[in-house]
Structures are given as structure tokens and as C-alpha cells.
Design a protein around this ligand. Sequence first.
Ligand code: PMP
Length: 373
Amino acid sequence: MSRRIYPREVIRKMSKYWNKLINSIEPYTAGEQPKPGQRIIKLNTNENPYSPSPMCKKALEEFDISLLRLYPNTDSRMVCEAVAEVDNVSPENVFVGNGSDEVLALCWQTFFEKDINTDKAVLIPSISYSFYPVYADFYSVRAQKVPLKDDFTIDPSDYCGKDNCGISIANPNAPTSIAMSLDDIRKILNANKDSVVLIDEAYAAFAEGYTSAATLINEYKNLIVVRTLSKSYGLAGLRLGYAIGDKELIEGLKRARDSFNSYPADALAQTLATAALKDRENFERNRQKLISTRNRVTKELRAMGFTLPDSSTNFVFAKPPSGITAESLYKNLKAKGILVRYFNKPLINEYLRISIGTDEEMDEFLKAVREEI
Ligand code: PMP
């Protein structure tokens, strides 16, 4: 069995009661959560600073509690219909899960496999959502990291002409915040007709002028697009994500779901998610507010000497000016009650990922940064 080398600060707990897999994996590390009652400015997990739609509140108040006696609809039919309206697809092209993390996990189990004979791997960007390598380990799928270009962009030709058993890309990518164009996604799809291409659009709503890859599902039977209500609808606490793809792919996901948990979305989550999806006005208003704050923060950080790409997400990926390291700035901001995300990993350890909060929160953040640099 291959032995892994872990960073020294990671204390590896093991147990004789856990199987080999659980003893050997390195799970995903979620961003820090504040202690109850602690007043902090939380800019470390890409949540939306604005409350969900008032229609959710109304739906919650009107919710018939007696419905909780019954198991919820397996397919989250109401949600599929609302998604179909928003993304201009048929409800049969939609699969709903308990947050997009669960949908992604089911995609990895359904579409990708380790082919021992040919040694095929799933291609993932070298810097991307850190859950992908965790799924690979957990589901025994081989993953191959494809380096990004020096400016952190993805070159689609790096995903063409390479033998693989699948492709998983976040677009816009995280934590880089950079989006790839729909034309580039087409290039990847055209070159990989025999494997499933997963496009994780967790942050797509914040990309100005971006057209969802979901518009391509009728052209490409091998495309699965994953989206979430956590970021753009301000519903991270509800746990609702979905996939859009050809019916054959959706059927595969349902087979995996029904071998694990037939009721991933509870009745209340289905009701509130449907209300949120239908309130286009609230979605658009909050999206625009966030984009405008993000663009202002980008300018102000650049004026202070930070290096950062144009963001297509609800966070920025910024390298502090010389004189302070990303790690020190992260620690100093934390001491002032401001949490941002620092990744102690090669290639990205000079950067901070800063989620965009309200204008007031970002003003406090910028003031604290000015005092530190
Ligand atoms: N994809 C990406 C790229 C993410 O950053 C996240 C949030 N951590 C998710 C998916 C999962 O989001 P959720 O499970 O809340 O839908």
C-alpha cells in the first residue's frame, strides 16, 4: 500500500475500528466556523452576505407541518420544475441533491471509474476545488492533475487528446476566481465524446456575461453541469444543489442516489428552494449588489498593491504586496475578527481567498488591511 506524506501539522488519527479506506484518506477541510456568539466578519467560505428571498420566509410561514409525516418526493419534482424554468431545460434533465457537494459526489461515483487495465484517470485542474481529489481517494478513482497556465487560467487544449475516464472542472474555477468561455468548454467536449465532462458552476451566477454550459446539454450527451443554491441564492444552510444533463446521465445519478439515500432533499428544503428559484427579482438584485462590491474591492486592493485576477465569482483571489505574506495577513486579520481563507499549499500559498461580504463588511476589511500592509 502506498504511504502518503502529510504536512507536519496534520495529526493523523487512526483507529483499529475503521476500515483501511477510512484510515488512509485525508478528508476535505471546510472553512473555519465561528463559535456561537462570536462577532466576526466571515469572508472565508464564499457564503452570500444577503438573506435569501423573502418568498422563502413566506413559504416557511405557510409550510404545512403535517407534510413532515410523509417522506418527501424522491426526485424533488417541484424543484426540478423551477430549475427547468430558470435554466430553460426540461424537468427530466434535472437531478436534485443535498447541496452540490452531494451531487458532485454522486457524479464521481456514477460517471468516473478506475480502469486498471488502461490506467485511465479523471482529469482535474491542478488548482481547483479541493474536494475533487478527496472524491478520487474516497471512490478509488484515479485523478490526474492538469497544470494551470502561469496566470492561473485553464488552457482547454490541455484537456484534448489525453486519454481519460472523465473530466471535472469548476467554472469559474475556485480558488482562482477565473472563468473559462463557453467556446473553450465546447473544445473540451468535442475532444472527449467518450467520457463524461463535469462542469461545476457553483459560482457561475457571479460571472458577468457568462452563459451556463447547461445551454449545451442537448448538443452533448456527455455533459453534466452542477449548480447550487448555496452561493447565488444565499441558501448555504438549506443544502440544495442540482445537476443538469441528458436524461441518460440523470438516470445514472438516480441509480446511484437510490443505492445511497433515496430522499436527499427534505420536504421543507424542496419548498423553500422552489420559492427562492421563482423569485428572479431578488436573485438579480443581490447578484448585482455583490458584483458591484466585488469590482470595487478589486480596484481598492489593486490600488494597495495587491495582485489579483479579475474575479467571476463571489470572492477574490489576492496576493498581498511585498512586505507581508499571505499567511501573516491571514493571521493578523483573524486576530482582528476577520476571517479569510488561506491555503497552505504549493502554488497558492502566496494568495488569500476573500469572500465578498456587504459593503460595510468590506469597508471594515479594507480598513484592517490598510493597517497591516
Ligand atoms: N463547488 C465548488 C467549486 C465550491 O467551492 C463549493 C463550496 N464549497 C461547492 C461546489 C459546494 O457547494 P454546496 O455543497 O454548498 O452546494
